[in-house]
Design a protein around this ligand. Structure first.
Ligand code: F0G
Length: 376
């Protein structure tokens, strides 16, 4: 009889590299283990020889990479006896917090910017039973409030300032190295709070047996020192939306604006850490306009069959531009993280497809004509 080993989430998979003990009650919904997809059609449009992959984090249980950090943060919160968690969110963190709190049997409070969160994310937070608090302000205002209120109320913050979040999120880098057999040459991500780029760097560093100043967890004394699994780390490249690009401006931005609402953030929480990542990896930050972001989202759907939300497409928009210009040299292997699923934001997707739907009478002739016209 063949022995089947059911996949039960990233904490079980990478238990020896995560802050859990044999007795820890793990709060998991089977997150992680997302596909690393080699792009087949987009590389040809660059005119360059390039090995381009996307890590499709939209296939996590709640449809975004946030599940990686949330399984760890909620597991820890429960271990500490916490009965409630809280976060500010542009949407995905709130969806993940709501789901993992439901799984754990605790309460989630989520602060979201009124009118600026994608429909799917709002639906998730509400249906999982979170206490959804809309604020008349943006993510940055919400984050400031969450930090303040956590000092006065018995709630655990599960934003990425909670170091357990990044511990969970670092496993994305482990999976990539495990699958490729080595680290890629470049890793490109969309950047909002810069937690995810930091978490990836922590993961890559750990697998390379190297320390990083970006890790808040062990304060320079890595808890998980071990023989290097791989001999190199990638160059880390972070892309921001032009209207919300503090890393490009060199200072905080007070009124961030972008169609990619997930990264509509002007005051990144992992500012110093992300600069450490940039310096240690020899990487850079760049910006993409909303038009470039939406074009990349469409390119992925139409040429590769992969549907990600706008913020996620920022990584591909920037990477393709840097591949074309040669800043990312020919012959490189490149991984782009697609942070969230396209179904998170159906409104933006539909808006991009004006005129894409035919309306006809319900009879055979009309359907036939519609097909023949379309093929002509
Ligand atoms: N992509 C998506 C889809 C996101 O939801 C986020 C962040 C990012 C990229 C940026 O990641 O902040 O670690 O640099 N979303 C947070 C939220 C802010 O509340 O869901 P980061």
């Amino acid at each position: 009889m063949s022995e089947s080993k059911r996949y039960t989430g990233l904490i079980e998979k990478y238990r020896d590299r995560l802050p859990v003990t044999p007795d820890t009650r793990v709060i998991s919904i089977g997150e992680g283990n997302t596909p690393l997809i080699r792009l087949e059609n987009i590389p040809a449009t660059t005119g360059k020889q390039i090995d381009l992959y996307v890590k499709y984090e939209g296939l996590n249980p709640t449809g975004s990479f946030k599940d990686r950090g949330m399984t760890m943060a909620v597991t820890q919160a429960v271990a500490e006896g916490s009965r409630a968690i809280i976060c500010a969110s542009t949407g995905n963190t709130s969806a993940a917090a709501a789901a993992y709190a439901a799984r754990a049997g605790i309460t989630a409070f989520v602060l979201i910017p009124e009118g600026k969160i994608a429909l799917g994310k709002l639906a998730q937070a509400m249906i999982h039973g979170a206490v959804v608090i809309q604020i008349r302000g943006n993510f940055d205002a919400g984050m400031a409030l969450v930090k303040e209120v956590a000092e006065h109320a018995p709630v655990t913050i599960v934003n990425s300032i909670n170091p357990y979040r990044l511990q969970g999120q670092k496993t994305a880098a482990f999976e990539i190295v495990d699958e490729l057999g080595r680290a890629p040459d470049f890793h490109c991500l969309p950047v909002g709070n810069a937690g995810n780029i930091t978490a990836h760097w922590i993961g890559y560093s750990e697998y390379a047996g190297l320390q990083t100043a970006a890790c808040a967890f062990c304060e320079g004394q890595c808890r998980y020192p071990s023989a290097a699994v791989t001999g190199s780390r990638p160059v880390m490249v972070g892309y921001q939306a032009t209207g919300a690009a503090p890393f490009l401006r060199g200072h905080m931005v007070d009124h961030p604006e972008t169609v990619a609402t997930a990264i509509r953030i002007g005051h990144p929480q992992s500012w110093d850490r992300a600069w450490s990542v940039q310096k240690e990896s020899g990487g850079w930050f760049d910006e993409c306009t909303d038009e470039e972001i939406l074009a990349a989202q469409k390119l992925l759907t139409e040429q590769e069959g992969i549907f990600c939300e706008p913020a996620s497409a920022t990584s591909v928009a920037g990477a393709v531009r840097d591949i074309r210009s040669g800043r990312i040299p020919e012959g490189s292997s490149v991984v782009c993280t697609l942070t969230g699923h396209g179904l998170k934001d159906p409104d933006t997707a539909i808006k991009q497809c004006q005129g894409g739907m035919l309306t006809i009478d319900a009879n055979l002739d009309a359907v036939k004509a519609a097909i023949l016209d379309s093929l002509a």
